[in-house]
Structure formats: structure tokens, C-alpha cells
Ligand binder design. Structure first.
Ligand code: PMP
Length: 355
């Protein structure tokens, strides 16, 4: 039976991206060696990084004066690298969930942290509005998509300070105004590649200002100067990222990804709102297009496990909700097809008809 991958991350990648990576793992560029066994300094690998960087700049329309890096350590390492490199005295954080909180915790090691707003009291079911950000902060940190709770800031915020964005779970799903950011980072394992690499976009002239010694590996300047080759980079995940970037470009770029994301999400949210068994967990205006969270309506609470079993029997994979929300989460990243979300909706309709 066909499987539909709704995992929250690591998650679905386009089939051709997996196939092309598999070919290169068997024989890299006809060299007779595997991509997994070549040196990152092999002459054929530099063009991989160069093309990936060029495609990221092209797809996100990155202005002059920014560098694109491929780093290890996951987005979690960026929680500390960001304040290490950018927090001079005071930083602002918008608390929209677990990942934002983790980022804020690290920042407190380096200076004063202002929480501009939080939706913690409502289990992060909305994006706080109507708050102001102090003018004298070094940056405002936001998590653009909250993978666990299913809320998203999809429109650029109108703030008067430079931002830093954790875009781990919605990068390349929409156009971004990079000029509003000092730094953007994203673990690759949602919309870009397999786990093992993090992409970071940094504004060059913001580096070197922090009033502290920074360990070499944690200093963005090191990686800018060495073109992400200061130490051994994860070549296979970077190659997969390149294949995926080529795929995104071929599909029409981030504008096309944005359109598709709206189409997919409309199909699923419309069914959640129509179906008597289910309800969404998030304020309608803040609903994520990437992670669609829903639960059983109270009077049907006992059907949660049976629905999960039924959907699983129909090929749905990874729709169990995160334990802090419960219910279900259908993650719909770039590679999720309209067919996939239609299959999920069919399960919801069929299950409703059975009860
Ligand atoms: N930020 C967000 C928004 C995430 O969804 C995740 C992982 N799910 C992380 C950060 C942490 O990423 P990593 O596991 O790559 O450290």
C-alpha cells in the first residue's frame, strides 16, 4: 500500500531528491567512489557547496552582504551560537513555544533577555499580537513556524529592530524578506534535506561586534572565512540539500511552494472545520501551513486511538500529535503532495461515515 509521510521531521522529501542522492551514494559523478567516502576537499565537492549557496541566495533573494553557511549541530546549536555572536547587551524574544523557549534559555547565558510576549498560558495556541519591542535591543528573535503547536508567522512582522529567525520548519515554503534579519537559521530535516546539516544566513557586517571571546567553532566568522569548510562538513546532507534546492527551483521557486502550501492546508483545514469528529487546536488566523494540528471533538474523544489506527491502516504515517498537544498533526512540508492531503481527508470522511 502507498504510504503518505506526514512526519514532523525528519520528514518527507521529493522522491527524485532521494533517488538522485542514492545514485551519488553509489557512484559520485562517475568517479567510482561513493559520495559517502569522498573527501569534502575532493575537487568535485566544492561545486556542490557553491551551487547550493548560489541556489539559496537565488531562491530567497538574499541581498548583497550576507553569507550562507552549512553547519553541524542542528538548529539547537544555533540557540547558543546566535547570542554568542549577536547579543551585545540585550535581546528580545517572542515566546511562541518549546523551540522559542529553548532559544531564550541559551540567550540568558549571554546578556539581558526581554520576552516581548508569550502565548504560554494558552498552550501556545496563538501568535501573540499587539506587543511592542524595545528599541534598544540587539535583535528580536522569532520562531517563524512552531512545529509542535502548529502556529506560524507567515507574514513578515512590522518591527523597528533587526530580527533573527528560526525558520527550521518553514524555510523555502514562502518568500522571505531577508533584509529584515541579521541572521536566519534552519535545521535541514524538514524542508531542505536529511538531518545533519543546518543552514545559516548571516549578515556579514553584524559579525565581530560581540564583546566576548567566541570559541572558534562557535564563531560564525570562522565559517564565513572558510566557506563552511573549517572542519569536515556533512557532505551527504549537503548534497541532498542541493538536489532539493534544484527541485524547488524547477517547481517554480518559493512562490510556487507558497501557493502549494496554501492549497494543501486549505484542503485539510476545510475538512477539520467541516467534519463533526474533529476540531483544530489553533486560532484560525495563526494556523500553520506546515504543521496542521487537530484533535477529536470532546464528544468523540474515545475515537482518538481508533482513528489513528484506521488512518495508519490506510497508509498515513506520522500523524500522531506531539504529546504536548495530543490528537493529530499532519505535517505538510514542500514535498507533501495534494494527493497525500486528499488521502488524509478521505480517511477523515470515511471514518466520520463509520461513526
Ligand atoms: N527549531 C524548530 C522550529 C524545530 O522544529 C526544531 C526541531 N524540530 C528545532 C529548532 C531543533 O532542531 P534540531 O533538532 O535540528 O536541533
Amino acid at each position: 500500500m502507498k504510504k503518505y509521510n506526514f512526519n514532523a521531521g525528519p520528514s518527507i522529501l521529493p522522491r527524485e531528491v532521494i533517488e538522485n542522492t542514492a545514485k551519488q551514494i553509489l557512484d559520485f559523478n562517475g568517479s567510482g567512489l561513493s559520495l559517502a567516502e569522498i573527501s569534502h576537499r575532493a575537487k568535485d565537492f566544492q561545486p556542490v557547496i557553491d551551487e547550493a549557496v548560489a541556489l539559496i541566495k537565488e531562491l530567497l533573494n538574499v541581498p548583497e552582504g550576507y553569507s550562507v553557511l552549512f553547519l553541524g549541530g542542528g538548529a539547537s546549536l544555533e540557540f547558543c551560537m546566535v547570542p554568542y555572536n549577536f547579543l551585545i547587551k540585550k535581546a528580545a524574544y517572542l515566546n511562541t513555544g518549546v523551540w522559542a523557549k529553548k532559544a531564550m534559555k541559551e540567550a540568558k547565558l549571554f546578556g539581558e533577555v526581554v520576552e516581548v510576549a508569550s502565548s504560554a498560558d494558552a498552550n501556545f495556541t496563538f501568535i501573540p499580537k499587539g506587543w511592542t519591542c524595545p528599541d534598544d535591543v540587539d535583535y528580536l528573535h522569532i520562531t517563524t513556524n512552531n512545529t509542535i503547536y502548529g502556529t506560524e508567522i507567515r507574514k513578515e512582522l512590522d518591527v523597528n529592530v533587526p530580527m533573527i529567525g528560526d525558520m527550521s520548519s518553514d524555510i523555502f515554503s514562502r518568500p522571505v524578506d531577508v533584509a529584515k534579519y541579521k541572521c536566519i537559521y534552519a535545521g535541514a530535516q524538514k524542508n531542505l534535506s536529511m538531518a545533519g546539516v543546518t543552514i545559516v544566513i548571516v549578515k556579514d557586517d553584524e559579525l565581530g561586534k560581540a564583546p566576548r571571546e567566541i570559541p572558534t567553532m562557535l564563531n560564525y566568522q570562522t565559517h564565513v572565512e572558510k566557506g563552511s569548510m573549517f572542519n569536515t562538513p556533512p557532505v551527504v546532507p549537503i548534497y541532498t540539500a542541493l538536489e532539493n534546492l534544484r527541485w524547488i527551483k524547477k517547481m517554480g521557486g518559493v512562490e510556487a511552494m507558497d501557493k502549494l502550501a496554501h492549497e494543501r492546508a486549505d484542503i485539510v483545514y476545510s475538512e477539520i472545520d467541516r467534519n463533526k469528529l474533529f476540531r483544530g487546536t489553533v486560532n484560525a488566523e495563526d494556523r500553520s501551513l506546515m504543521n496542521i494540528c487537530f484533535v477529536m471533538n470532546e464528544e468523540y474523544a474515545e475515537l482518538e486511538k481508533p482513528f489513528l489506527e484506521y488512518a495508519t491502516s490506510q497508509g498515513m504515517v506520522g500523524i500522531k500529535g506531539h504529546r504536548s498537544v495530543g490528537g493529530f498533526r499532519a505535517s505538510c512540508y514542500n514535498a507533501q503532495s495534494i494527493e497525500g492531503v486528499q488521502a488524509l481527508v478521505k480517511c477523515m470522511k470515511d471514518f466520520e461515515a463509520q461513526h
